[in-house]
Design a protein around this ligand. Structure first.
Ligand SMILES: [Zn+2]
Length: 103
């Protein structure tokens, strides 16, 4: 490219190929095709970027009538559910072993 501004390519001639070379989102659309929107830093487009992290944490935000959906309670509920799943899995495996031994 010359230093003469008259000979310069228009901006779009240089920036459009750069924009078109941007990484694509790739999320599966309702038409079962990959989304072709340009991806953000997290690898998905602005439509498929995932759940919002929500409002800032703290007592200034949120409903504090019972605390059932506070971060601590949600985390505790997750742990209990994971433990329950683990126990149910081992129970099923034990049941399979007993049934195998009987046959
Ligand atoms: Zn997308």
């Amino acid at each position: 490219m010359s230093s003469n501004p008259v000979d310069r390519l228009p901006d779009w001639r240089t920036t459009l190929p750069l924009a078109q070379a941007a990484p694509r989102c790739g999320a599966r659309t309702r038409a079962q095709r990959p989304c072709l929107c340009p991806a953000m830093a997290n690898g998905r487009c602005y439509l498929h970027g995932g759940a919002s992290p929500g409002a800032p944490r703290g007592e200034g935000n949120g409903m504090w009538k019972h605390g059932l959906r506070s971060i601590e309670v949600i985390e505790r509920r997750r742990q209990i559910t994971a433990e329950l799943r683990r126990l149910m899995r081992s129970l099923r495996e034990e049941q399979q072993r007993v049934l195998q031994a009987l046959m």
